[in-house]
Design a protein. Sequence first.
Length: 259
Amino acid sequence: MTSHATRLWALDGAWFTVDTGLLVVNGSGDVTLPVPTFLIEHPRGLVLFDTGVVPQASVDPHGVYGELAEHVNIDFTPDKQVDRQIEALGFSTTDVTHVVVSHSHFDHTGGMYLFPQAKFFIGGADLPYAYWPMPAASVFFRTADLDPTRGFDWNPLAGDHDLFADGSVTVLSMPGHTPGNSSLMVRLANRTFMLTGDTVHVREALDNELPMPSDYSTKTAVDSVRRLAQLSAADDADIWIAHDPQDWAKFFKGAKAYE
């Protein structure tokens, strides 16, 4: 049986300004990029895809992230905290029933502690790796985000996972950026979206099948970029690259939902 989700919102968050070469091989120049989260309404639950950065970083970024806050030139205001944005849509954080974490990097895990009542889903290989990453990648992980969630209802995934068994919200295994990286396919009544997570960071990476220099596995990452494009084409899904500023400008965000 194939059904559909009822509404999809894109929630603004922090913004980073970094060298594009950090995001894609051969990238050049600085880029200012969004760090969004996505809220999906389904008849059987309210799904949050990623949780952004730590809310407290909106008032004390250096206190939360130390020198990393300066390295990414974080721009983050209290109204962009993920809980405040959910509340602005008329929901409570306790209404969130499912949290899908695309992967365990710090800009996706900062608000996880806000949802102790939810079921959590992540590519299973990411959880141990987040605690024991390769040294070169360790700056991207914060065990301080993970430790408060140890008692949560975690559901580590071994592959793709149809969240409601109806084809409407599907977690897609896209390893490479991290061992358990995932994207999310959301089928609405009139439109289907592929929310990339960090399978790619900018459109250039998708168009040219390019990895990020610090990806866990270059070969696996490129395989996932190809799979992302193939599945999106097969399902006639709009690819929404979460960190790409041009995609952010192109699609609805905030209070206006896709249905």
